[in-house]
Design a protein. Structure first.
Length: 139
């Protein structure tokens, strides 16, 4: 099981994203079952469709939203399940700049996936309990 971050999903659906090619390769691995099912937090779904709407257009955002909602490879996770832990992570961070959504992702990854997550967000690499993929930063 692995948590899917917004940066990974946005790069997968946005051909203009600098990480698109790497994201597509990772998506193929994910869809091939390499890490089992993916966890998709409600907050992440919200970020993905909103960013795609702004950076691309309504059609791309709607298409991505439908694909995510219908994907059998994804387990949707109510963000409320991690709200209090996310609050604690967000309020106690000192050497990171995690958004509140990132704090919820971190809580889910630690609790449900042994820290494993697909992301291009470099802030996650600063957290020792997490195992972000790809393993090396992508430039």
């Amino acid at each position: 099981m692995i948590v899917l971050d917004s940066s990974f999903l946005i790069a997968s659906y946005n051909e203009r994203d600098a990480h698109h090619r790497v994201a597509r390769r990772l998506m193929d691995d994910f869809l091939g079952g390499k890490w089992g099912n993916g966890l998709l937090l409600e907050y992440v779904f919200l970020e993905v469709v909103t960013v795609l709407l702004v950076r691309r257009n309504l059609s791309v955002a709607q298409r991505a939203g439908r694909i995510l909602l219908e994907a059998r490879e994804l387990d949707f996770v109510p963000s409320a399940d991690f709200f209090l832990e996310a609050v604690e992570i967000f309020l106690s961070q000192a050497s990171t700049h995690l958004s509140f959504t990132d704090a919820a992702i971190m809580a889910a990854a630690r609790t449900r996936c042994g820290g494993l997550l697909l992301t291009f967000d470099e802030e996650f690499r600063k957290v020792r309990e997490l195992r972000p993929l790809p393993e090396r930063p992508v430039s």
